[in-house]
Design a protein around this ligand. Sequence first.
Ligand code: P6P
Length: 332
Amino acid sequence: MDAVVTSRRTLNEYTSGVLKSDPEFDGLEYVLAAIADGAQKVQAQVQGAALAGALGSDGQTNVQGEVVQFLDTYASDTFVEVLKDSGYVAAISCEEIDNTVIVGNGLDQRFIIQMDPLDGSSNIDVAVSIGSIFGIWKRRKGGPVTDADLLRPGDEQVAAVYVVYGSSTVMVLATEDGVQGFTMDPEDRDFRLTHADIRIPADNSVYSVNEGNFYKWDDATQRAVVSLREAFSLRYVGSLVADFHRNLLKGGIFLYPGDRSNPQGKLRLMYEANPLAYIAERAGGAASSGSRRILDIQPEGLHQRIPLIIGNRDVVESTLSIMSGVYDTDGE
Ligand code: P6P
């Protein structure tokens, strides 16, 4: 076992081998190492939260009006700190923070981070998997960070990352080099390459949606979900990163559609849909709002919501055709 584990490449070995060779990504390996460092800290805190009395809410509400869990604040503070310390980040936008954290505009501070530091945190109290999600863009130009640096289509990301804290802790990284999965080694807590060149399987097996919302959807969405019911098994954790990670590895489609009370759905474009759409497309999948390719959407606000249909490309396309949205998976 030890021989196998230590022979696997670490995240740093992978990034310094792959990213270093392209000046376009100079410094990105330090941002990714910072995310891994933050994930190690968050994982330890999440695992021990019940014992430390750190479950539940700290009584605050975030910019979304959502009750903030202790661990949301811990994760947000932790990732902001390690990303600032990396020396390569110009600004950080975050679900838990009203305004963007402007770090600086030094020559090396060339990356913009949009993150959901702890998604699904209400599941921690019941020991269900949760996750952290990061979209990474390069600054367009020097000088102070402006909205033009922040409100960028997802297609302009240079990398996207999520970490799933589950029966194992896995960091999934997508760049133009493809999608790689790194599992935290419980011995030395380093992340080691365990899932090389991830591709979403062609044979789809599950669909993931909150069927409890069925009667709030429009007719087209109901028709599409009935069609999925007839073809696949339902798997729905209620934690976005857990549902996405299973579908990425095993094949599946995830939907969080708009409904009559939330026409734009529940999920966020900048730090949930965009990073996962970037990962899905680089794994051969597709991601749509129901009418538009997610990565084509020009954002209007940092915290804007967007309906999300994501996963196996063929199933996404057939679902969208039933929803009668004209969808072009190549973004043409
Ligand atoms: P619902 C968790 O609160 C979250 O933001 C995502 O992780 C998850 O996919 C979604 O909400 C679940 O929402 O309405 O089905 O409980």
